[in-house]
Ligand binder design. Structure first.
Ligand code: ZN
Length: 161
């Protein structure tokens, strides 16, 4: 069976930046399980996995445009510390969810100087070229329920109470 839209694929992967630093890996963890073709993965990775089958291995270098995008300077803002009322120990690197025009947006604190807090709504990997080593472990059909929910159930997937 090959990976195509609405198949559930299980993959092992290692992600490195252009300096060869490992940013993320499934090694030592569970492999990643996802539904193909519905935007669960970044576009560049879905593209290269399309048509692959069990035990296929591939290496791919994905430009920012097909990964997490190019950083948008408009998403960087300086706000006053009192915006974060109720947060006791505000620190660089903290992540918050904000309600924006396009739904929920994740923002990061990238700098704090006195009462000025710099927030960044870009993905931390925006602007990075992502180098993946990927191995396909399994491919199967998605169930109707999985397609309705838009995520995988069972091992490596979503568990409902
Ligand atoms: Zn579900």
């Amino acid at each position: 069976m090959q990976i195509e839209k609405n198949k559930v694929a299980t993959i092992e992967y290692t992600l490195k930046n252009n300096d060869g630093e490992v940013l993320d890996t499934s090694e030592g963890n569970e492999p990643m399980v996802y539904i193909h073709g519905i935007g669960n993965l970044i576009p560049g990775l879905e593209e290269v996995l399309e048509g692959k089958g069990q035990d296929d291995e591939t290496q791919v270098s994905i430009p920012p445009e097909k990964a997490y995008g190019v950083p948008n300077p408009e998403l960087v803002q300086v706000v006053e510390r009192n915006v974060f009322q109720g947060v006791d120990d505000l620190q660089v690197g903290m992540q918050f969810q904000a309600q924006g025009d396009d739904g929920t947006q994740v923002i990061w604190i990238t700098d704090i100087e006195g009462d000025n807090v710099t927030i960044d709504g870009n993905h931390p990997l925006a602007g990075e070229t992502l180098n993946f080593d990927v191995k396909v472990v399994d491919v199967r059909d998605a169930s109707t329920e999985e397609l309705e929910h838009g995520h995988v159930h069972g091992p490596g997937g979503h568990h409902h109470e």
